[in-house]
Write a protein that binds this ligand. Sequence first.
Ligand code: SF4
Ligand code: SF4
Length: 218
Amino acid sequence: MKNKQKNLSTRISFPDDEKTLPWLPLILDAFAIIDKGISVAIHEHEKKFKTRLACSKGCGSCCRTHKDIPLYPLEMVAIYWHAIEKLEQPLRGMIKKQLLSHKKGGTCPFLLDGACSIHSFRPIACRQFNVFNSPCSEGEDPYHTRRKDVLTPLEKYTHQAIAVMLPFYGITGEAAKAHAVKSGFIHTQVRVLQSCDWTELARRMDDFNFGTPASHGG
Ligand code: SF4
Ligand code: SF4
């Protein structure tokens, strides 16, 4: 599923695109905050419980097992943008094929050869799902089978990341952001990744002419 990062991560950046797409730095900042929070939480969990992270690149049974990965509108926009404007062949063609054949409720269409094909743009929920001790068995959801081996993300970082994204939803100003974080506003916006109609993304990937800006959305 994941390319687990144990060290504090650095923010990826697209300097030219970030100048013209106001939402892009928001999601990139949010991802960086989440990744940092996960790194800290993994370190603390390993030290406290004297265990090791089991997740590793190519270990993707969680991507097949989970059927209800939350996806927020800004994450959707970012995935659209990345897939439409940045993915190159042959990956582009392979993902497009999976998007076209994706059935609602089926396996995540971005899982390719056991790895996440949109790793830098994978949703926060995917970043935050981490398991210790031993890799998940095929079909196992360790949240139910061994909750103690599933990382509990640090709320502080999750709240920071949510606050950073809020201007995308028209929420600005520290007081308004603090209220929105506390009231769980973001959860009213959520969709389920596996239940989205991804054929629309495949169509837009087809339509895109490199060199011409595209519109984004889900
Ligand atoms: S150990 Fe489980 S949660 Fe971690 S990458 Fe493997 S299948 Fe996913
Ligand atoms: S986006 Fe899909 S393939 Fe990528 S980590 Fe999440 S569930 Fe796995």
